[in-house]
Ligand binder design. Structure first.
Ligand SMILES: CC(C)(COP(=O)(O)OP(=O)(O)OC[C@H]1O[C@@H](n2cnc3c(N)ncnc32)[C@H](O)[C@@H]1OP(=O)(O)O)[C@@H](O)C(=O)NCCC(=O)NCCS
Length: 282
């Protein structure tokens, strides 16, 4: 995510029209950035593995191209379709933290790349986009379906959080989750590693029973991306590839009818304090 954040910022430096805020120019930047983000993510990963980057193929769609550029061979149709489902489901989701960040930056009439760079910084946090990566690490920590219930008890006793569970807005199950679950199940059924789906399903039921918490979008995203052989370290960047469309749409909407976003703060600290000169303070 740090590399992606920097790469998007560099795209802005490279664009001679980066501060042109005409809506049509922002739209062109958005289309280009949505298209190029998976190329950047795949290339950075290949460079990290000391492999040469693979150029995208015009004959492949957005999702299929990412898998092709990452793995160096055209993906199975079912894999491309699974990633496409993931991209569509994660493309846009109202005023979540990263989208609000992009809106706030655009509200100052700063440029498209600054808004997207800031949004990536917001998505990077474990309470937002990095929850999918943490969810996969949790499944790996659990290891086998039989270990689910002891893990739940330990997590509750340690007052820790179950990643991929809970949501600020949804008090029941996140409506995107059932589609991600169905897709992850299809991938699991044709994989040698059925355990990740089995652990997920058992954990979903155990956490609901023990703590009344439902799953969110990140929970089945974890096993879905794992079945596509996408490294866990890339999961948050995959979220960014998807959300680039939503962020861009919000930047355009904000720019089209802009007003500075400036929340008020309510002071709740001590009042009526006396000023003590600095040389008399202890
Ligand atoms: C997303 C999240 C920040 C929203 O939380 P929220 O609605 O603001 O709720 P709070 O953080 O105020 O927590 C309220 C209570 O629920 C508990 N809770 C919420 N999510 C929990 C989780 N994933 N695991 C365990 N407990 C959780 C909190 O511990 C707290 O319990 P307490 O009152 O006994 O202390 C929270 O659910 C979370 O941290 N989830 C895990 C990270 C994640 O999956 N993020 C992706 C979101 S799409």
């Amino acid at each position: 995510m740090a590399l992606l954040r920097t790469a998007i910022s560099i795209l802005g430096l490279d664009d001679s029209e980066s501060t042109d805020d005409a809506l049509e120019t922002i739209r062109q930047k958005a289309v280009r950035t949505i298209a190029v983000t998976p190329t950047i993510v795949a290339a950075l990963e290949r460079l990290r593995r000391h492999q040469a980057p693979v150029a995208p193929k015009n004959t492949l769609g957005h999702a299929a191209n990412f898998l092709y550029m990452l793995h160096g061979q055209a993906p199975a149709a079912a894999h491309a379709e699974a990633l496409d489902t993931y991209f569509v489901l994660l493309a846009e989701h109202g005023f979540n933290a990263s989208t609000f960040t992009a809106r706030t930056v655009t509200g100052t009439r700063s440029d498209y790349y600054s808004a997207i760079t800031a949004a990536i910084g917001s998505l990077k946090g474990p309470l937002h986009g990095a929850a999918g990566r943490k969810a996969m690490e949790m499944l790996q920590d659990i290891g086998t379906p039989e270990q689910v219930e002891p893990y739940v008890q330990r997590t509750l006793a340690d007052h820790k959080r179950f990643m991929g569970f809970g949501h600020r807005v949804y008090k029941g199950e996140d409506p995107r989750a059932k589609h991600l679950k169905a897709t992850a199940k299809r991938l699991a059924d044709s994989s040698q590693e059925a355990q990740w789906f089995a652990i997920s399903e058992r954990l979903q039921a155990a956490v609901l029973k023990a703590k009344g918490l439902s799953i969110n979008v990140d929970f089945y995203s974890a096993s879905l991306l794992h079945y596509l052989e996408i490294p866990t370290e890339l999961f948050t960047a995959m979220f960014a590839c998807a959300r680039m469309a939503g962020w861009s749409a919000h930047v355009l909407e904000q720019a089209a009818d802009n007003r500075l976003i400036r929340p008020l703060a309510r002071y709740v600290g001590p009042r009526d304090l006396r000023f003590i000169p600095i040389d008399q303070r202890q």
